[in-house]
Design a protein around this ligand. Structure first.
Ligand code: IPM
Ligand code: MG
Length: 356
């Protein structure tokens, strides 16, 4: 039987993963889903219990799982810790140890939420972008890194932005293949006018494009891409970019949809094993208040079913249920508009369950 590891983490993590658990139970009892689930601490919660944001035991269980559903990590309580002990390290270690190099972040605007966006409805209506972010390389992992004293006795912080050809090619191939299943347009985002590492990125992606003649490839500098995302986001189909640029652009793109509380993500390795998580993070300001939007997590569960378990029909069921809930005007606070029915995390989870 396939094994799923649940890692609720910190902040709103436990509340939103609880909603996913209800859905998994229902899929097991009424829809024939056969999976084994187990749960473990990660991030700040793990640090508090075991003195480490990710224990070897949990890392081992993650390696053995067919899929991981991840809540969120981090919060002000742990910001005083040195970087190597911070909750975020758990996520970075899982990504690198499991080889989860391909991060897929769909940015879809549900028609019902066109008014919830800060952009004009006509700019965002029908938006459907997929950001493919490289996740195990670049400046997040490059060596050397640290804080040192320089020759004049001043402290200096330094990091290394490095990409090898093979790292660029493997994420490039994924992006071209995904574009082929969508509208066939791929935009590669770099800073090739300034950074050699991304000059190579542009060369490799261009060379790769010879193998995908049906895909219309374009290149864009990251500063322009940020501007274009808020100016005319519908020009994009698939965007492929580096770890850091993808981190920034995906938050920016998320807001086009009205709320980051709606966006799921998948981080996959070469065998389609994956970690699935909402893009929004731990939101400590609303943690424990039954306010968080569980939809990003439920959509992440749908992605898990689709990519790692091949249960496409069940994934569609979840997506349809969410669409119906939105069509009924049911909303958590982050996507609430006058005239809607305001709900908490639990109630939203139950509503999706009802429509399932
Ligand atoms: C994300 C987050 C993480 C990242 C943090 C929590 C380490 O912002 O998944 O986008 O920077 O990758
Ligand atoms: Mg981020």
């Amino acid at each position: 039987m396939k094994k799923i590891l649940l890692l609720p983490g910190d902040g709103v993590g436990p509340e939103i993963i609880s909603q996913a658990k209800k859905l998994i139970e229902k899929l097991r009892s009424d829809h024939g889903l056969q999976i084994e689930t187990s749960e473990a601490l990660v991030g700040g919660a793990s640090f508090d219990a075991y003195g480490s944001p990710l224990t070897d035991e949990v890392l081992q269980r993650a390696k053995e799982a067919d899929g991981i559903l991840f809540g969120a990590v981090g919060g002000p309580k742990w910001e005083v810790l040195e970087i190597s002990q911070r909750p975020e390290i758990a996520l970075l270690k899982l990504r690198s140890e499991l080889g989860l190099f391909a991060n897929l972040r769909p940015v879809i605007l549900y028609p019902e939420l066109a008014d919830a966006s800060t952009l004009k409805p006509e700019v965002v209506a029908g938006l459907d972008i997929l950001i493919v972010r490289e996740l195990t390389g670049g400046i997040y992992f490059g060596q050397p890194r640290g804080i040192r004293n320089n020759a004049s006795g001043e402290r200096e912080g330094y990091n290394t932005l490095v990409y090898s050809e093979s790292e660029i090619n493997r994420i490039g191939r994924i992006a071209f293949e995904i574009a082929a299943k969508r509208q066939g347009r791929l935009c590669s985002v770099d800073k090739a006018n300034v950074l050699e590492s991304t000059e190579l990125w542009r060369q490799c992606i261009t060379e790769l494009s010879a193998r995908y003649p049906a895909i219309e490839l374009s290149h864009m500098y990251v500063d322009n891409a940020a501007m274009q995302l808020v100016r005319a986001p519908k020009q994009f189909d698939v965007v492929v970019t580096t770890n850091l640029f993808g981190d920034i652009l995906s938050d920016c793109a998320a807001m086009l949809t009205g709320s980051i509380g709606m966006l799921p993500s998948a981080s996959l390795n070469a065998d389609n094993k994956g970690l699935y998580e909402p893009v929004h993070g731990s939101a400590p300001d609303i943690a424990g208040q039954n306010k968080a939007n569980p939809i990003a997590t439920l959509l992440s569960l749908a992605m898990l079913l689709k990519y790692s378990l091949d249960e496409v029909a069940l994934a569609d069921k979840i997506e349809n249920a969410i669409q119906q809930v939105l069509a009924e005007g049911l909303r958590t606070a982050d996507i609430y508009q006058p005239g809607n029915k305001l709900m908490g995390t639990e109630e939203m989870g139950d509503a999706v369950l009802d429509y399932l």
